[in-house]
Design a binder for this molecule. Structure first.
Ligand SMILES: [Zn+2]
Length: 149
C-alpha cells in the first residue's frame, strides 16, 4: 500500500512537469483510500501557495476529521505545507525525498505528527532530473528562505 501511495504521488509529480511545472506530487490518504491528490502548480497558475501538499489537501475538500489521514509527498514539506499539516491535524506524513535546505521534520514531530522519511531513490531521481531539465521552474516554487541550491 505504502508503495502504491508514493507511486501515485510520483505520477502527480510527473504530471506537474508535463504541464510546465516542477516535479513535486502529493496524495492524501484516509483510512486506506486516496481522497486527495495534487502536484505543485506554482509555475502553471502563478499562485505561490499551490504546492503539491496544499493541492492534495484542497482536492480532498473539507474532511470532518483529519486524525485518520496520512499525507504522502515526494519532497519534504516546506514550512507553509508543514503548517497546514499541523493546522488540520494530519496524523502521518511520509516523505520521499528529504534533500532540501530547510527541514521541517522536527517542527512537525514536535506538533505530534508522525513523520517517516523514505529517502526514496525514485523521488530523489525525478526531482534531480526535473531540476536539471528546467532549473527555472524551481525558484518560484521554493519561497524565501527555502531555495534549493
Ligand atoms: Zn510547500
Amino acid at each position: 500500500m505504502l508503495e502504491m501511495y508514493m507511486k501515485t504521488a510520483i505520477a502527480e509529480a510527473l504530471k506537474g512537469e508535463a504541464e510546465g511545472g516542477s516535479t513535486i506530487g502529493a496524495v492524501l490518504i484516509q483510512r486506506g483510500a486516496i481522497v486527495g491528490r495534487g502536484h505543485n502548480r506554482v509555475n502553471q497558475t502563478g499562485n505561490p501557495t499551490t504546492h503539491a501538499e496544499m493541492e492534495a489537501i484542497r482536492d480532498a475538500g473539507v474532511l470532518e476529521d483529519y486524525t485518520d489521514t496520512e499525507l504522502y509527498t515526494t519532497m519534504m514539506p516546506c514550512r507553509m505545507c508543514a503548517g497546514a499539516i499541523i493546522h488540520f491535524g494530519i496524523r502521518t506524513v511520509v516523505i520521499g525525498n528529504s534533500q532540501v535546505v530547510n527541514r521541517t521534520v522536527e517542527y512537525m514531530r514536535e506538533a505530534g505528527v508522525e513523520v517517516f522519511e523514505l529517502h526514496d531513490p525514485e523521488c530523489i531521481r525525478i526531482r534531480a532530473e526535473g531540476h536539471q531539465r528546467h532549473p527555472e521552474r524551481y525558484l518560484p516554487t521554493a519561497g524565501i528562505g527555502v531555495r534549493d541550491k
